[in-house]
Design a protein around this ligand. Structure first.
Ligand SMILES: Cc1cc2nc3c(=O)[nH]c(=O)nc-3n(C[C@H](O)[C@H](O)[C@H](O)COP(=O)(O)O)c2cc1C
Ligand code: SF4
Length: 365
């Protein structure tokens, strides 16, 4: 099967084409540092046979933290802890990429602390207090992305993945719903993607030519008059020209329930987006969202709609899923997409499959 063949992203050789999509696990301590629990989780995942693990989103600066328990990559103090995740992956044969993010106005964590998040533009219709970024703020955040990339290199990660999806800062820059600036960072399509192109060029210069730079891209918004697919695809092409080596296709501005569709089991709901990106760029494309079997994953790759397949929730429930398949038990992933693991967002608990018993009863697969 193609799915289980080795695959290459720039200098990175992976043992198969299965990816653990970035998953916030809420195990970091209050400073953003890796804990014993985080290390154990990554060790278990790597032992489970997945080719590439993309970490949960790590905040590149304190102003960009979205949720509790997120990993930080905002200071050199984080490097030593992150090395533990890298070791856990490498000792067990998996590649590991650090997902780097700034939440922009979506920094719920700051709001809970009574702080005011930064926004690309002042948006009067929003009830959440926010402050429009100055030119200087933008420059600082661009440098924070570069520093985060360099720290990831120093920690031993095989790649970084920019979080350019799910309504966070990079999505906000691309989206006309959130980017109403009239300077070089907003307005026209070209200006709205300028932040990405600049962040990627700087990361490429800093990390060197061999280091893989990936992006999870909200190729279109799923709200109102947001980013169109055509604009998203043009942006993807410019990002590749700037130095991106792989694109995982997801949604931009929308709700979290559009990212992880509840009850969607074995329907690859963003497949068309991945295929559309694949049509436009020559770098490896990753499909994500709703994929629950090796048959569907294989078919997506064989059809040419994507080069790799990522899953998130199935690995929360079954970190050993890939080896289970490789050992001949081809039954579908046990995760039933009920989204109960995501309630940690409000409870403050680490992310776990909190519905295993019910999942077992309902899936029967
Ligand atoms: C608990 C949880 C945490 C997530 N954390 C992240 C994250 O840190 N970064 C990200 O890009 N997506 C995150 N996602 C979205 C997933 O990576 C993925 O895009 C989505 O769940 C669809 O894939 P699936 O159907 O295989 O779960 C998260 C999803 C869940 C359920
Ligand atoms: S709680 Fe468990 S079964 Fe439900 S979506 Fe999360 S991992 Fe899947």
């Amino acid at each position: 099967m193609k799915l289980f063949e080795s695959f290459r992203i720039r200098n990175l050789e992976l043992k198969n084409r299965l990816v653990r999509s970035a998953t916030w696990d809420a195990t970091a301590d209050v400073t953003g540092a890796v804990t014993d629990e985080s290390e154990a989780l990554y060790r278990e995942l790597a032992r489970g046979g997945v080719g590439l693990i993309i970490t949960g989103y790590a905040f590149i600066s304190a102003s960009g933290q979205a949720l509790h328990g997120q990993y930080g990559i905002h200071s050199d103090d984080m490097i030593q802890g992150l090395r533990r995740l890298v070791r856990a992956a490498h000792e067990n044969g998996s590649g590991i990429a650090l997902q780097i993010a700034h939440a922009g106005i979506g920094a719920d964590y700051l709001v809970q602390k009574g702080l005011t998040p930064l926004a690309v533009s002042k948006i009067t219709r929003l009830s959440r207090a926010h402050r429009e970024m100055t030119d200087e703020d933008i420059e600082v955040i661009l440098e924070d992305f570069t520093s985060a990339t360099l720290r990831a290199v120093e920690a031993g990660f095989d790649a970084v993945q920019f979080h350019g999806a799910h309504g966070y800062l990079m999505s906000q820059f691309l989206s006309p719903l959130f980017n109403q600036r009239r300077d070089k960072w907003g307005g026209t399509e070209e200006n709205r993607r300028r932040f990405h192109v600049e962040a990627i060029k700087r990361a490429r210069r800093a990390a060197g030519s061999g280091f893989p730079l990936m992006i999870k891209l909200g190729v279109r918004d799923d709200r109102g008059k947001g980013l169109t697919l055509e604009e998203g695809l043009a942006a993807a092409q410019h990002m590749v020209a700037a130095g991106i080596d792989s694109i995982e296709a997801s949604t931009g501005v929308g709700t979290s329930m559009q990212v992880m569709k509840e009850g969607e089991y074995e329907r690859a709901y963003f497949r068309e987006r991945a295929a559309a990106v694949k049509n436009r760029v020559s770098v490896p494309v990753i499909a994500v969202g709703g994929i629950r079997s090796q048959e569907l994953a294989e078919e997506i790759i064989v059809s040419g709609d994507a080069d790799m397949v990522a899953m998130c929730r199935p690995f929360i429930r079954e970190p050993g899923l890939v080896n289970r398949w490789l050992n001949g038990d081809m039954t579908h992933a046990a995760c039933i997409s009920c989204n109960k693991c995501f309630t940690s967002r409000t409870t403050g608990e680490p992310v776990t499959c909190i519905d295993e018993k019910e999942a077992k009863n309902r899936s029967g697969i």
